[in-house]
Ligand binder design. Structure first.
Ligand code: FES
Length: 58
């Protein structure tokens, strides 16, 4: 499933990079080589990032 239609960023790719990198969703998009365009996905993307990181053992 795509989380960002403008950049064709898949949810699984955002989850993976959230586990590997710090920063908010916009920073993670940059790590993937993208920049937000319409920005409508960012609120949901932040939820996915937080959810992905909650699963990482401290
Ligand atoms: S859907 Fe992500 S920037 Fe437009």
């Amino acid at each position: 499933m795509y989380i960002c239609i403008c950049n064709a960023i898949r949810e699984k790719d955002l989850r993976r990079v959230a586990c590997e990198q710090s920063g908010d969703a916009e920073a993670l998009y940059a790590r993937l080589g993208f920049a937000p365009q319409c920005r409508q996905c960012l609120e949901d993307a932040e939820l996915i990032v937080n959810e992905a990181r909650a699963c990482i053992p401290a």
